[in-house]
Design a protein around this ligand. Structure first.
Ligand SMILES: [Ca+2]
Ligand SMILES: [Ca+2]
Length: 167
């Protein structure tokens, strides 16, 4: 009986120590929009005309892509929104991002964007952006969007090319 108590005490002590270690060193932590500068939200609100019953993918969400868009070696972020504005953030280091959506100027044609891929489409060594949108469905008349990024010596120029109907 004493051995059992002794064994239980050791096991309890080990579990306590294990729990303490887990609390001391978390693998992840939440960083706020104020810290990072990333304030994107994909906000959707159902209406009688547009909801899960009229569009079965209503809650599937938008998309996010991470890749170095400006060639500085740091991964930048692109978010696509269903009903709001798609956004681009340049990574300025130390977990700080700058919203360059307005200056990029390539998200003027808003629709129900549901995904983004960052890939070098024209094989010039620089990532380009491909955004998928819902096409001809209900009120949506979206088109997938290919944005080929052309960089100059000091500035980046963005060019949008509209491709066929969205999927
Ligand atoms: Ca970058
Ligand atoms: Ca490219």
């Amino acid at each position: 009986m004493i051995r059992l108590r002794y064994l239980c005490s050791i096991v309890s002590a080990l579990l306590f120590v294990q729990c303490q270690q887990a609390k001391e060193k978390p693998l992840f932590r939440v960083v706020s929009a104020e810290e990072t500068g990333v304030d994107f939200e994909n906000t959707i609100s159902p209406t009688p005309e547009l909801n899960i019953f009229t569009y079965m993918y209503f809650y599937n969400g938008g998309g996010v892509g991470a890749g170095d868009l400006n060639g500085d070696g740091r991964p930048d972020l692109v978010f696509t929104s269903n009903l709001g504005e798609n956004k681009v953030y340049l990574n300025e280091g130390n977990w700080k991002f700058r919203d360059v959506t307005k200056e990029s100027g390539f998200f003027s044609d808003q629709g129900w964007s549901n995904g983004v891929s960052l890939v070098d489409v024209n094989q010039d060594g620089k990532l380009d952006i491909y955004i998928s949108q819902v096409g001809d469905f209900l009120k949506f008349k979206g088109h997938n969007l290919l944005i080929v990024i052309v960089t100059g010596k000091q500035t980046a120029r963005w060019r949008g090319i509209t491709t066929g109907n969205g999927s």
